[in-house]
Design a protein around this ligand. Sequence first.
Ligand code: PHE
Length: 354
Amino acid sequence: MDFSKIQKESMDKINSVDNLDQLEKLRLFYLGKKGIISQEMKTLGSLSIQERKEVGKNLNNLKELIQQEIQKQKISINSKALNKKIKEEKFDLSLPPRNFYNGKIHPISQTIEEVINIFSSMGFALEEGPDIESDFHNFTALNIPPDHPAREMQDTFYLSDSEKNEKLVLRTHTSPVQIRTMIQQKPPLKIIVPGRTYRCDSDSTHAPMFHQVEGLLVDKNSTMANLKGCLVDFLKIFFEVDKLEYRFRPSYFPFTEPSAEMDIAYSKIDGVLKIGEGNEWLEILGCGMVNPRVLNNCGINSKIFQGFAFGMGIERISMLKYGISDLRSFFETDLRWLKHYGFDPLHSSSKTGL
Ligand code: PHE
């Protein structure tokens, strides 16, 4: 067998094919069971030991060479095919992209998130309570006894629950979570409570379901001045203003004594609301020092502990911050509205950087 002739021939043939089928045929021709190399191997037995060694070595070398060459050619054929495909393929960059629907965060969720972030940076812990509340937590423990005229202040949805013989209500404010926390935990307490609240009321400025956020601090020496500082700091960060004119008006809540309502100044220039300065006042929240009776109702010694509490409407502060004019639009589930007023989930953190 003329090894160098076969070697040259095989290399030429392998290098001249341009598709994988032909290459496979060549592989079988040289390396297959009935291929040239195998046939030649079979003749080794008839050779002398010396010749057998020599020829066997040459055959193995040739086999290896052919294998390598076939592998190289395979890679070359494949990459040529790929390059050809890429060259021929045309990308039409003028085609419009497919619609990509990104969900939006509702302004209420966004506002709650911002409020929690600000208060948690001041050390307030998050607490939550049930929407269906007992009369005790929603009223009685908050110093609003049965038949107290204060119950009329909040038009209540009552639930009938004859089995337990206990009156249940849809909570009219987040204040019952003050009670739940004070009964379960020992002071000092510093909590922030966002949540849904319900009142039997519906017009352009009232919805039967709305949201509040409640704050409560109980310790040994908190004062009205602490309450004031805490609220002013919060409002400045929330509304992103350096200057905030405000006033506290004496008010009445059965669960705080003394009680106040806080107003902040605003002006409207060319229809744009400016919060913090101006000649008009906006009522923004209710607050006061926790009534000692409420502390006692929860088993906290009011001779040792005192505290402050506040509550505000989430919709209201959200409307003011984001220029939303109609309360009802929050609950109409209008996708166009949500696309306009909603927040991008990936960029939703408040500009306060908290
Ligand atoms: N719960 C009161 C309301 O709904 C608000 C409030 C909370 C007032 C805490 C004082 C202290 O009107």
